[in-house]
Every structure is written in structure tokens, then in C-alpha cells.
Design a protein around this ligand. Structure first.
Ligand code: KG4
Ligand code: ZN
Length: 348
């Protein structure tokens, strides 16, 4: 008998509600994936304003859930379990989702599972490409996180191999976009501008790639500063900024470091599959270079479609389904949001 899992996401600026069907053989089908974004309300600040995000979640939560049930042609009473992002993320934003999930779980009399947002970004790939091989490697690149992870079991066992020591990859995109006068969030406009530019025009630094640097850690703060200095220098000399070339050269530096480290980690650990997910996985050059390098190294590459890569409720429903299938104990109704939930804690 299959089970319906509802997933609720509210860790940042996207209110997401997803519905999936968990089959007896452990496979999971996507039934609905509704997202309400408050990104437009943050654009003029150049970054997410936590209080604004929390208020937007509060207003969007129930309408988004209702839309998901309509899309899936299901009723609330069809739900067998509820999964919700318990962390990491913005405290106030997380609380809205956790409170909503508790209310739904209590009202429906179904189990509640507080789960990890980062693991959700990986689990979502199973909705498109089927079960994950055990083990696999995951490169998680979003606005808030840049991590290289070994995934032995998506429901229970994730180990961090490395992470950023300063800015996240997406954060670097957003900051460089600002320097170039491009809109927020910076990923999509830089991706677009870079297509018209020369990636070899400017040799920007590759952070943390020296012989004494931690092999699987990342740093993007120096790159961001190098771009800002380069643009300031050109402005001082009264030159026009070659936005497309700067975007392409910056993007090349990011994609180069991310893919080089991920492929090296896969090779050194003898793992044959790499999953790239999170908002920055939507980047065209990152997936192109990853494809080239994985092919050369004989590694299978899995990148979920862009809509699944950015924050959504389906990723939480998918992770919830795997947690339920693994027989993990349910959460108690007194769980709280944990803004700093570490990545190895898949469920709370
Ligand atoms: O995963 P996500 O939706 O939210 C977080 O959990 O942070 O990621 C958002 C980030 C933003 O920094 C945005 O600039 C970046 O993903 N992004 C991209 C692209 N699309 C979104 N970065 C590079 N290229 C893109 N095409
Ligand atoms: Zn995310």
C-alpha cells in the first residue's frame, strides 16, 4: 500500500509545499510542488531580510498548501505523514513551517518528521533520477551553503567532507552581481551575461587550491574581493566595465574550483556517482564543466532540473518519504526549529 507524504519548507525566502507518493518498493513519485517566493520583497535590499521572509511565510503557508492539494487532486485526509524543514535556516522563517507542520500533524493524527534542509536538496534528485546509489557523493551549492558530502544513506547517514570557510557559492554570485550592477539574486543574470563573455578574459583566483589548503574546503571571499578590486580599477581609469567578460571569468573560477574538488573527492573515495544540487546547480557552466570532467573520470553525474534545485517543498517531502521508508522514529510534537542544524543530522 503506497503512502502520501506532505513536505513543508520555509527555511529562507521560499514557502514550499510538496506532495509525494511513497511506494512499497521505496520509490517516490512527485505529485505536487507549489512554491510562493518572497524574493521580490528582498530584491531592493540585495539579500533576504529575515523579518520580511517570516511574515511572507505566514501569509503564504495555507494558500500554498491548498494549491498543492488541488494540483495533486488529494484531500488533507489522504496524508499519511508530514515532513518539515527543522533547519538549518532563518530562525523566524523556520518556525512558521515547523508550527504549520505540527498543526497539520496534530489535526490529522499523522506522524511528524522534522528533517534537514540540506539533505532535502540531495533527496530531491530521487524524484527525477530514481534511488540514489549507496554511497554517492553530493555537491551542495546554494545561497547559504557550499558543501561536499558523502551520502551512505540519504535517510540516515551523511558525512561532510568539506565546506566553505567563508562565503557560499550563491552568496558570491549575489555579491558579484551587485558589483556589476546586475539584479538580485545574482545567479541567473550572471549566468546570462557570461554566455556573451570570454571566460579567459581575466584570470581570477581559484580559492583554497594551494598544496597546503584543505583539499575539500572552499573559499569564495577572495574571489569576490578580486572581482570588486578589478572593477574598481577599471572605473578609476575611466574605462567601461566589460560586464560579460567579468561575469564569464568569475563564473569560470567558481565552476572550475567546485567541479575540480568534487571530482577529486569522488576519485579519491572511489565513489562512482556525483549529485549536484542547490540553487547554484542551475548554473549552465557549472553543469557543463561537471559533465565534461565527470565523463573524463568515468563518474555518473546527476543534476536535478533547475526547478527542483532551488528551495521547494517537494525536496522535503522526498526526504520525508525516504526517512519514513527507512523506519526512522517520528519526531515529537515539541521539536523546535534549529537554525544551525548540522548536515549529518538528517532528522530530529
Ligand atoms: O538553493 P537556493 O534556492 O536557496 C538557498 O537555500 O540558498 O539557492 C539560491 C542561490 C542564490 O544565491 C542564486 O543567486 C543562486 O542560487 N542561483 C544561481 C543560478 N540560479 C540561482 N547561481 C548561479 N547560476 C544560476 N543560474
Ligand atoms: Zn536551500
Amino acid at each position: 500500500m503506497s503512502r502520501i507524504i506532505m513536505g513543508i519548507e520555509s527555511s529562507c525566502d521560499e514557502t514550499g509545499v510538496g506532495l509525494v507518493r511513497l511506494h512499497d518498493d521505496g520509490t517516490v513519485d512527485l505529485l505536487a510542488d507549489e512554491v510562493a517566493s518572497s524574493v521580490d520583497q528582498h530584491a531592493r535590499f540585495g539579500g533576504v531580510v529575515p523579518e520580511v521572509a517570516s511574515r511572507a511565510h505566514l501569509e503564504a503557508m495555507v494558500p500554498t498548501a491548498n494549491r498543492a492539494f488541488e494540483k495533486a487532486d488529494l484531500k488533507l485526509s489522504d496524508v499519511d505523514a508530514i515532513a518539515v524543514t527543522a533547519g538549518p535556516g532563518l530562525a523566524g522563517a523556520l518556525l512558521v513551517g515547523v508550527s504549520a507542520a505540527k498543526a497539520y500533524a496534530a489535526a490529522l493524527g499523522v506522524p511528524l518528521y522534522g528533517v534537514n534542509h540540506l539533505a532535502g536538496h540531495i533527496a530531491v534528485d530521487t524524484l527525477q533520477h530514481g534511488p540514489l546509489p549507496k554511497p554517492c557523493l553530493a555537491l551542495l551549492v546554494s545561497g547559504g551553503h557550499t558543501q561536499l558530502l558523502r551520502v551512505d544513506d540519504i535517510a540516515t547517514t551523511i558525512t561532510e567532507l568539506g565546506s566553505t570557510v567563508d562565503d557560499a557559492a550563491g552568496e558570491a554570485y549575489d555579491k558579484v552581481a551587485r558589483v556589476l550592477g546586475l539584479p538580485y539574486p545574482g545567479g541567473p543574470p550572471i549566468d546570462k551575461a557570461a554566455k556573451q563573455g570570454d571566460p579567459r578574459a581575466i584570470a581570477f583566483p581559484r580559492g583554497m587550491t594551494g598544496p597546503r589548503d584543505a583539499k575539500f574546503d572552499f573559499s569564495f571571499s577572495g574571489l569576490k574581493t578580486a572581482v570588486a578590486r578589478w572593477v574598481e580599477g577599471a572605473e578609476r581609469r575611466g574605462e567601461d566595465i566589460p560586464v560579460n567578460d567579468v561575469a564569464a571569468s568569475f563564473q569560470e573560477a567558481v565552476a572550475d574550483v567546485l567541479t575540480a574538488k568534487a571530482v577529486r573527492a569522488a576519485k579519491e573515495s572511489g565513489i562512482g556517482t556525483l549529485v549536484i544540487s542547490g540553487g547554484v546547480a542551475a548554473n549552465s557552466r557549472l553543469s557543463e564543466l561537471a559533465r565534461e570532467r565527470c565523463e573524463a573520470a568515468g563518474i555518473e553525474l546527476r543534476v536535478p532540473r533547475p526547478r527542483l534545485c532551488t528551495d521547494n517543498g517537494a525536496m522535503i517531502a522526498a526526504l520525508g518519504a525516504h526517512v519514513v521508508a527507512a523506519g526512522v522514529r517520528e519526531s515529537t510534537l515539541d521539536i523546535s526549529a534549529n537554525p544551525a542544524l548540522p548536515v549529518h543530522v538528517v532528522s530530529v
